[in-house]
Design a binder for this molecule. Structure first.
Ligand code: T3D
Length: 268
């Protein structure tokens, strides 16, 4: 039988060379969100945003789940009813907006089931890796709620309106393979290999060019709503900024000198 440490912190936060790892740490509840976990995640994100040595971030879950959305035992409506827009506007919306605004590469490492707001947490990341035995449970409809945490926004863009609605209205639980086919996931890995592969990818992004990477993320974010004319202007402006970066000088010098570019030199 698995035993769980009830005094464990709701988030584990580790800074490694060039990147941070955030681990949602309520494994008994499949890392469902409660208020403490929201606050701890906010604190972790403050560190990620403010520390220039953190150039990328991995978000994953402890135990057999990634994140099961809201902790339902915390909000049990049979005991007490309240305005559900409050936790959404106080916690979930700021979390998704903050992650969307963070232009350092964010890698969701879906180690097990993701449900409800846990799917929004994964989809707001720039790259989603998943264990090939993970599941993506839409969940909201099953408890008579509507999708939140940006899930309607992400799914309609990934799948188109009809497929997105069908998925949600039927409370479908996607397998990892289906999630990959639908574009929710970038790569699937054997669970034994997932962490190593995710760390390697996160390091690759952390040690890559920073200005260009951040502007690339921002450019794709703006492409969601821009016209082609507007987007061409964005690309020109971002290219102007990237062209003044030391990383660009290093990238071109390395090419001409037939060597590997070194964009990350800390402690080396
Ligand atoms: O309320 C607001 O603030 C509004 C915001 C809403 C945002 C949302 O996220 S709404 C959606 C909330 N989430 C869900 O409805 C998901 C509920 N969970 C499930 O449907 C299933 O647990 C899963 C599909 C995620 C996994 O199924 P399975 O069969 O692999 O695991 P299980 O046996 O159901 O769960 C394992 C344990 O985790 C179990 O506890 P136990 O019996 O071993 O002590 C279960 O109660 C617990 N657990 C799973 N999800 C939650 C949870 N505990 C609290 N809250 C959960 N969301």
């Amino acid at each position: 039988m698995t035993t769980f440490n009830t005094n464990a912190p709701p988030i584990l936060f580790e800074v490694r060379r060039g990147y941070a790892v955030i681990t949602l740490n309520r494994p008994k509840q499949l890392n469902a969100f409660n208020t403490e976990m929201h606050y701890a995640l906010q604190n972790a994100l403050t560190k990620v945003e403010s520390d220039d040595d953190i150039r990328a971030v991995m978000i994953t879950g402890a135990g057999r789940g990634f994140c099961a959305g809201q902790d339902l035992s915390d909000v049990n409506p049979t005991k007490r009813q309240y305005d559900l827009s409050e936790p959404i506007t106080a916690f979930y919306n700021p979390l998704i907006k903050r992650l969307q605004a963070l232009k350092k590469p964010k890698i969701a490492v879906v180690n097990g089931v993701a449900a409800g707001a846990g799917i929004g947490l994964a989809l707001v990341c720039d790259i989603v890796l998943s264990a090939n035995n993970a599941k993506f449970a839409m969940a909201f409809g099953k408890i008579a709620l509507v999708p939140d945490s940006g899930v309607t926004w992400f799914l309609v863009r990934l799948l188109g309106p009809n497929k997105a609605k069908a998925l949600m209205l039927t409370n479908t639980v996607l397998t990892a393979e289906e999630a990959e086919q639908y574009g929710l996931v970038w790569r699937l890995y054997d669970p034994m290999l997932l962490t190593k592969r995710a760390e390697a990818l996160t390091r690759q992004l952390a040690y890559g060019p920073q200005v260009g990477t951040r502007l690339t993320i921002a450019a794709f974010d703006q492409a969601e709503t821009n016209t082609l004319d507007e987007q061409l202007d964005v690309e020109a402006e971002f290219q102007r900024q990237a062209g003044y970066s030391d990383d660009y000088k290093e990238g071109v010098a390395a090419f001409l000198e037939k060597r590997l570019a070194e964009f990350y030199k800390k402690n080396s």
